[in-house]
Ligand binder design. Structure first.
Ligand SMILES: [Zn+2]
Ligand SMILES: [Zn+2]
Length: 761
């Protein structure tokens, strides 16, 4: 061996990202042992700091494996390696935490139970059948954290005193449970209790038998999950699922389904490699898949998709072992539009209205989270609902967003707080118009302020004067900025993709308040992070009855037909109007003429509503965005035709409606009509964006807004634009729907703040 290779090397390494509470330090320790390196590792508020000394080969292997084999739940953003002084250290130590600054590091999202822990509950004597097993690689995190740093004392595990055996594991660096804050066992941890509707309470020994009998017998049970209560029943038992639907007052919206394992999902749904990956990862979201084999009809209620996910708590696994059934409906334990229940007393008081049994446990859920929802679009895992397993993971920006609070939209609300250059988006909150949800919103803002040490000096909201999130922003009485809804959508897409330059922005959704006081939602804009210029949009139409038209797409269809064809559309005797009272139609036409309660809208969602109504796919909408979702779900594949349209000052669909009516009259199927309609929207975007490039020279296109959660549209547009050498940017980590608006608001506010600053100095 030559002398050089024996020479001791020393390095100082800093790891940034989500590296605390996920078993990173023990991993580093074991790696150092493996490659005969000495030194130390410690948690700092800005990441993990490592010093290593060892041979050239040993330190090289150490750094290589550090980059490639870190714990599954860690999210490494940056690794900085620098040469350091050789100190001839004689061992490797895990040192105590060092508080560096106010700049806190990250709080881990909740992590699905790992396979080693599931083995432990079959082997370890003190953990036999223990359903709250966890380790540094898995278990609850965000849902139990009350304050920072992440330490048992500051979680809802505080009340459980560790037994000597757990304590030994907790303090042993070579153990998988070293510093696993929620470590617990049969002797010391939380326990389940099963409440039956006759008032009896059962201990864990009997629980699994009773639950199994109940579910197999077609009953509904409420089960406390990681981030809130769930309702569970046999997904193949139509009677049970229907009863669940009725008692939850949930009419058409598909239920999520938990399958026993991946093979069962593959039996009931088409699963691509990307979808399989999303299903199996530790975040365990609900993944929207194409149906292959029917479950009970009421699960998806006519949609050709299944929202599928896999077990993520020990109780899910042990239940499936006994149930011997492929799938259970597992939907949030709440009533229509209210937040998911997290409190045991509330669950017992309220959920017996739906369920035959309520399974509680005695550890509190501090931060409420719903199950997250993703769909694979353009080969990306696109988040539709960002909550358990994702929140509160920050987005790192190239902007100083410190001290900014963005209050979000209203219907699918998330808010966003700025800390340094990190944007911390809240978990999915919901529809603020619901009183309980609004309470959840304000409580969560207060919790985030405390948890992330944020004292907002600037607040930013939507421009809509009546959004509760706008009113909340006003009530703070601090410096305040308002941002246009679709500009915020486009900005959200831009910062997710690290863009900070003028782009062609396409913001398509149902509703957003415009600078002219009308309802916008088919926006072609030239935007940067500070400002935007509206380029064009769809024709405005009257929405007869305002919000009523959103609930009843047939009204919007009538308004479109009246605008483009005059009263003559009545002569066509279109089938969708058969069940609508003639007087009602006359009243609507007269309201449009007299401009009574007919706000103007150009929302793309409304055009989808009209198409869904005219084809008879959805005349009345039972839940948000039902009409566009149903229209998308029936679109035929391999249809290339589209309808005619005209791009003038605004975009006219007069010819589209004429041709669509003619197709209906010819008896062409709604699937083909839907495909032609979708193709039309793709062409409208393609042609408009092409025109914009010609005029401005801008080649980057940012697509955002709920309409881009439509796979057909999003993939079609991206492909056409990419073929023409456009650079196309979409959203995946942050929802393209209103759940992502707060991030855009935050970025715009940061830019405008800097601008104001520059000019006042
Ligand atoms: Zn584990
Ligand atoms: Zn214990």
């Amino acid at each position: 061996m030559n002398k050089l290779t024996n020479k001791i090397r020393a390095y100082r390494i800093k790891v940034e990202g989500l590296v605390q509470g996920v078993g990173f330090r023990p991993f580093v320790y074991r790696l150092a042992m493996k490659h005969n390196c000495n030194g130390f590792v410690l948690n700092r508020t800005d990441g993990v700091s490592i010093k290593i000394e060892g041979s050239k080969g040993g330190t090289k292997k150490f750094t290589d494996e550090l980059k490639s084999t870190y714990p599954v739940a860690a999210i490494v953003e940056n690794i900085y390696i620098e040469d350091d002084k050789v100190e001839n250290l004689n061992d490797f130590k895990i040192l105590g935490s060092q508080d560096m600054s106010d700049e806190i590091s990250q709080i881990s999202p909740d992590i699905a139970v790992c396979s080693e822990c599931m083995d432990d509950i079959r082997k370890q004597p003190h953990r036999l059948n223990y359903p709250f097993v966890n380790c540094t690689n898995c278990g609850p995190r965000f849902t139990i954290v009350k304050d920072f740093p992440y330490d048992r004392e500051k979680t809802t595990m505080k009340v459980f005193e560790m037994c000597p055996e757990c304590g030994k594991e907790y303090n042993d660096v070579s153990d998988r449970r070293f510093h696993a804050q929620p470590v617990a066992c049969n002797n010391c941890g939380p326990v389940y209790r099963l409440h039956l509707n006759d008032g009896t309470v059962n201990a864990f020994e009997n629980i699994l038998d009773i639950l199994t009998d109940y579910i197999r017998g077609g009953k509904i049970v409420a089960i406390k999950g990681t981030g809130g209560y769930h309702l569970m029943c046999d997904a193949l038992n139509e009677k049970s699922v229907k009863r669940l639907r009725n008692s939850k007052h949930r009419e058409g919206k598909p239920f999520a389904v938990m399958f026993s394992d991946i093979h069962k999902i593959e039996e009931y749904a088409l699963v691509s490699a990307g979808e399989k990956n999303a299903l199996l990862k530790w975040r365990r979201p609900i993944v929207i898949l194409q149906t292959k084999k029917e479950l009970a009809y009421s699960v998806s209620a006519g949609f050709n998709t299944i929202g599928a996910f896999l077990p993520y708590m020990p109780i899910h696994y042990v239940l499936f072992e006994r149930l011997n059934m492929p799938a259970v409906v597992l939907t949030s334990g709440n009533f229509y539009e209210e937040p998911i229940i997290i409190n045991n007393d509330e669950a017992i008081n309220q959920l017996f209205d739906i369920a035959d049994a309520v399974l509680t446990y005695n550890r509190d859920i501090y931060n409420r989270t719903d199950d997250s929802v993703v769909k694979i679009i353009n080969n990306d895992e696109c988040l539709f609902r960002r909550s358990r397993g994702y929140a509160p993971q920050p987005v790192r920006l190239n902007l100083d967003v410190d001290g900014i609070l963005a209050t979000g939209a209203e219907l699918v609300n998330c808010f966003c707080t700025g800390k340094g250059n990190q944007a911390i988006l809240s978990q999915h909150i919901g529809d603020l118009k619901n009183y309980e949800t609004y309470q959840f919103y304000t409580e969560t803002i207060d919790k985030f302020k405390k948890l992330f040490r944020i004292n907002p000096s600037l607040v930013v909201s939507d421009m809509h004067p009546d959004y509760l999130s706008t009113r909340y922003a006003e009530s703070l009485k601090i410096k305040y900025i308002r941002v246009q809804h679709h500009h915020a959508h486009v900005a959200s897409c831009m910062v997710e993709n690290n863009l900070d330059e003028p782009v062609i922005g396409v913001g398509f959704d149902g509703t957003g308040y415009g600078t002219d006081g009308n309802i916008w939602g088919s926006e072609f804009i030239i935007a940067d992070l500070k400002d935007f210029k509206r380029y064009t949009h769809f024709d405005y139409i009257e929405l007869p009855g305002g919000d009523k038209a959103v609930e009843e797409p047939w009204r919007t269809a009538v308004s479109y037909l009246y605008k483009y064809l005059g009263k003559s559309f009545l002569n066509f005797k279109l089938p969708f109007l058969k069940n609508i009272d003639d007087n009602k139609i006359t009243m609507i036409l007269s309201a449009i003429d007299k401009k009574i309660n007919c706000p103007l809208s150009c929302g793309a969602g409304r055009l989808f509503d009209a198409a869904a109504a005219i084809t008879g796919v959805c005349i009345k909408s039972k839940f948000h965005a039902e009409a566009p979702m149903r229209l998308e779900s029936i679109a035929a594949a391999n249809i290339e035709e589209c309808y005619d349209f005209k791009i003038d000052k605004t975009i006219s669909f007069k010819n589209l409606f004429k041709e669509m009516i003619s197709d209906i009259k010819k008896g062409i199927s709604e699937s083909v009509i839907s495909a032609k309609f979708h193709n039309t929207i793709i062409y409208v975007i393609f042609e408009t964006v092409t025109k914009m490039r010609k005029e401005t020279g801008i080649n980057k296109v940012a697509l955002s807004g709920g309409t881009f959660q439509n796979k057909y549209i999003s993939e079609g547009v991206k492909q056409m634009l990419t073929n023409e050498k456009f650079k196309v940017y979409t959203q995946s980590k942050i929802p393209a729907n209103d759940g992502g608006v707060a991030l855009g608001q935050l970025a715009i506010a940061a830019k405008r703040r800097n601008h104001v600053f520059k000019h006042t100095c």
